[in-house]
Design a protein around this ligand. Structure first.
Ligand code: FES
Ligand SMILES: [Fe+2]
Length: 297
């Protein structure tokens, strides 16, 4: 499906500059500001700014779909639909994000559709090795809005960004944690061959269980008279599958919406991605204990 350009031509979009004009918004007026400290690294923040694909999954209350038009180290352009839309063009947006990775700033512009002409200028500042601050300025087209209306507009945009950054912060912090855990394991974490989880009765009473094993985390459950187990670390960008419900034998990652077959690990639509191979689940006989064993394949 080709992206909806809402009256813009593909060649006009392609001809646009790819460098942000940070702090400059000709024809616009500033209506508000939002500032926030976050316990994430600058690397995670830059990665997040370039990550167009998470909008409808992570920010499902704000966006319902997104289709990429173009992307690169300079940023991205995409056609999106704001949440609550009914598939008509009135709910659509063409969004552009231009990033300056050296200066840690970016400008998001609504090129067409809902909020057309709005610009959001964001500066990220390093506080220390693990903390940053984002400073966000909101601009709207200068149509002679009264001060009170501008103020309301700014407050509404601040409220939306507060929620977006709540969601982004949890994703970035979790990803940082998962990357660190994986590095720690590679540096010499416990390379278990097997793990005794306890008696069958005790394990069954505790299901579903998230079990750490050899640097990964796996969800153990019981279905159709047998144990089931799959990795809860999404292989795309380490998103959490812990609470994702299994529907028709598959889980959907909450970060970008990729879908995985929990039995084979295969990712629908992304043949190069697969869930980590889980350990084998065995029940000792005699003994009746549930034991995870490093998979032999
Ligand atoms: S982290 Fe992107 S789909 Fe899971
Ligand atoms: Fe986001």
């Amino acid at each position: 499906m080709s992206a909806q350009l809402l009256g813009l031509s593909a060649s006009d979009i392609a001809a646009r500059p790819r460098a942000p004009r940070f702090g400059e918004a000709p024809g616009c007026v500033k209506v508000g500001h939002y500032r926030r400290d976050m316990p994430v690294t600058m690397a995670r923040m830059m990665e997040n700014a370039l990550d167009w694909e998470h909008l409808p999954s992570l920010h499902s209350s704000s966006f319902s779909t997104i289709e990429l038009i173009d992307s690169g180290p300079w940023g991205w352009r995409a056609s999106a639909e704001v949440a609550g839309g009914n598939g008509t063009a009135e709910r659509g947006q063409v969004i552009e994000l231009l990033l300056d990775t050296q200066q840690h700033c970016w400008v998001t512009t609504i090129l067409a559709g809902v909020g057309e002409g709005n610009q959001i200028h964001t500066q990220a500042v390093t506080l220390d090795a693990e903390n940053i601050q984002v400073q966000v300025d909101f601009y709207v087209p200068d149509t002679g809005l009264q001060d009170e209306v501008r103020k309301q507009y700014g407050e509404a945009l601040s409220a939306i960004y507060r929620q977006l950054y709540d969601e982004d912060e949890s994703m970035m912090a979790r990803r940082q944690h998962e990357m660190q855990a994986w590095q720690d394991f590679r540096r010499g974490g416990a390379d278990e061959v097997e793990k005794d989880l306890g008696s069958v009765d005790a394990v069954e009473a505790a299901l579903p269980l998230i079990v750490p094993f050899r640097g990964g985390r796996f969800k153990l459950d019981w279905k159709n008279d047998r144990f089931t187990i799959f990795s809860v670390r999404c292989p795309h960008m380490l998103g959490p599958l812990d609470d994702a419900p299994v529907v028709d034998g598959a889980v959907t990652c909450p970060w970008h919406g990729y879908r995985f077959d929990v039995r084979t690990g295969a990712c629908n639509g992304h043949p190069g991605l697969s869930l980590e191979t889980p350990p084998e689940v065995t029940v000792t006989d005699p003994g009746g204990r549930v034991v995870l064993r490093r998979s032999s394949f």
